[in-house]
Design a binder for this molecule. Sequence first.
Ligand code: DQA
Length: 149
Amino acid sequence: MTLKIQIINGPNLNLLGKREPDIYGHLTLDEIKKEVDSHCQPKKITADFYQSNIEGELVGKIQEISESADGLIINAAAFTHTSVAILDALNTLNIPKIEVHISNVFAREEFRHKSMISKSVNGIICGFGLNSYILAVDAIERIIKDENK
Ligand code: DQA
């Protein structure tokens, strides 16, 4: 069985590689996608990557995948800390969901310690750079397989 995972990335993550590399590392989003793809391939998982800087487009994407994806990994970036709209959209999705962050948000400014969307997800992985995405793929695979036992 091939699993389909949607990976959604929020604002400014298109600038990875150039953006505050001391915090977010030197990999571009495209390079992260390639690493995730090669991690997924032997597991028979397909990962669709999506990025937008626009809150409404992120909400639209979340709505769109309700029938098509087996799981969602979301790095809502700055909208993590502000967006009731993304929380509400996530609440409509009945598939496993994991919140990821590249940086350890709890070791940063206080406003990053609060997530609007955590209520709606199975779990959170943060602080592992690129590996936050890789670990999230493994976690979501386990959740889906456990559900289908
Ligand atoms: C981030 C952390 C957020 O606080 C920040 O606004 C981002 C990226 C992360 O991946 O570490 O844009 O989600």
